[in-house]
Design a binder for this molecule. Structure first.
Ligand code: SAM
Ligand code: SF4
Length: 455
């Protein structure tokens, strides 16, 4: 239908002015994201796919024709939150029955059989490799539409995501995971490991810079396992560093077993690669690491961190740790607690083990009670808070270079951004220019934030 140019209505008086038929408003999509940064990047991809498919984004579910949740399956709690949110959003469908409700992401693949029992009102269920088909699935009136097959070849390399606001772009450079750690659902929900071609990665980075981004964060479940067309992760970092206008390169999450001399050299030698590394450990006890099938010992990990710190001045390091994995004894836990004092991470994400159906560890008997997991978790959190504070205080009196993100929530009249080490930094600013780089002298620190004045 030619709505753009209007159409004259036949049978009226001669020379009637052409009547403009208003174009129908594009259908609106509300998309909410749960889980890791890869999901955030996937949501930007989905937003791009739907925009090109004729949809328009809205931030209000009451205003939406399509309501989508991009979900996480990593822990049971994450899935419960989504199910709770779904039943809450269901009222929009009750009020306006034409509303389509959809579930995307890792829960779609993990819960594929059960989802329609638990949420029979879902119109679409689409896993991480099915996003290309979303416009067609939504257009196909017969419900429910389910696309949860995993596709070893799907990288979405040819599709530009709709990047979010701010000076930082999150870009997936590889998808899936081949590590099969025994506790982890990711290889089952996201499928096998595959990398985008390096030329496509560089094009995405160039497009991000052209759109005003100053920093890219390269994403992958084992991001440093990247390999495509003979290019490894270290070489990819160097290629990206050559993109004009790009100031900072980060990545997450690298796997300790995939840290190579090429990667360390690129981090040490390329000034655009930031001195920050999130290096998930999971446990400092060798028997636990072995049962998790992590592929390294605590000694391997210790040497790796020492080498990285030796080569990269002021390197900040963070980690992920799980407490209460099946069979974790008091001694195993004590080893992890001691390790925090030795490693002196800048911060850590600490989790209680959550059994995930389909994983190897699901078949192991849980030996640590929920209460005991809670006590172990609290002990690590309390100690890590002290260490994080000490690590941040070590920056007092020094200057940090901050990439400004925008006004700080608190206090008024301040700007917030990240230092090169990924430390959140606030400083007073009359005018806040997102994307500017400001040198700040650090005057105070908490466990989570540095504060100071422009130097
Ligand atoms: N691929 C990354 C790696 O292995 O280095 C981590 C990805 S995963 C989304 C993030 C973190 O969630 C893991 O490092 C782990 O600490 C935690 N995690 C994964 N499965 C878990 C489970 N079943 N229970 C508790 N925490 C879990
Ligand atoms: Fe999960 Fe292990 Fe793969 Fe990380 S490396 S995504 S923890 S299986």
């Amino acid at each position: 239908m030619d709505t753009e140019h209007g159409s004259a209505i036949a049978g009226t008086a001669e020379k009637a002015a052409p009547t403009r038929v208003p174009a129908p408003a594009p259908p609106r999509v509300f998309l909410e994201t749960y889980g890791c940064q890869m999901n955030v990047a996937d949501s930007e991809l989905v937003t791009g796919i739907l925009r090109r498919g004729g949809y328009e984004a809205t931030g209000d579910p009451a205003d939406a024709d399509v309501i989508l949740l991009n979900t996480c399956a990593i822990r049971e709690h994450a899935e419960e939150r989504v199910l709770g949110r779904l039943s809450d959003l269901l009222r929009h469908k009750h009020e306006r029955p034409s509303v389509q409700l959809g579930l995307l992401g890792c829960m779609a693949t993990h819960q594929r059989e059960r989802l329609l029992d638990r949420a029979p009102y879902l119109d679409v269920i689409v896993g991480p490799d099915g996003y290309r088909d979303l416009p067609a699935l939504l257009a196909n009136g017969v419900d429910p539409q389910i696309e949860v097959r995993l596709d070893r070849g799907e990288t979405y390399a040819d599709l530009e995501p709709d990047l979010g606001p701010g000076p930082r772009a999150w870009l997936s450079i590889m998808r899936g995971c081949d590590k099969f750690c025994t506790f982890c659902i990711v290889p089952f929900t996201r499928g096998r490991e595959r990398s985008l071609p390096p030329d496509a990665v560089v094009q995405h980075v160039e497009a991000a810079v052209a759109a005003g981004k100053r920093e890219v964060v390269l994403l992958g479940q084992t991001v440093n396992a990247y390999r495509a067309d003979g290019v490894d992760f270290g070489e990819l970092l160097r290629r990206i560093a050559r993109v004009d206008g790009l100031e900072r390169i980060r990545f997450t999450s690298p796997h300790p077993s995939d840290v190579t001399p090429s990667m360390i050299a690129a981090m040490a030698e390329e000034p655009k690669v930031m001195p920050y590394l999130h290096l998930p450990l999971q446990s400092a006890s060798d028997p636990v690491l072995e049962r998790m099938q992590r592929g390294y010992t605590i000694d391997d990990y210790r040497h790796l961190v020492a080498e990285l710190r030796r080569r990269i001045p002021d390197l900040a390091v963070s980690t992920d740790i799980i407490v209460g994995f099946p069979g974790e004894s008091d001694d195993d836990f004590a080893a992890t607690a001691r390790w925090l004092d030795e490693a002196r991470y800048d911060f850590a994400y600490l989790f209680k083990y959550s059994a995930r159906e389909g994983t190897k560890a699901y078949r192991l008997d849980e030996t640590v009670s929920e209460d005991e997991k809670g006590r172990r978790l609290k002990r690590l959190i309390d100690r890590q808070e002290e260490i994080s504070l000490e690590r941040n205080r070590a920056w007092l009196g020094r200057e940090v270079e901050v990439l400004v993100e925008g006004p700080a929530k608190r206090p008024p009249g301040h700007a917030v951004g990240k230092a090169r080490t990924w430390k959140t930094t606030i400083f007073p600013a009359a005018e806040v220019e997102a994307g500017a780089t400001v040198r700040v002298r650090v005057e105070s620190a908490t466990a989570h934030t540095l504060a100071g004045r422009p130097a």
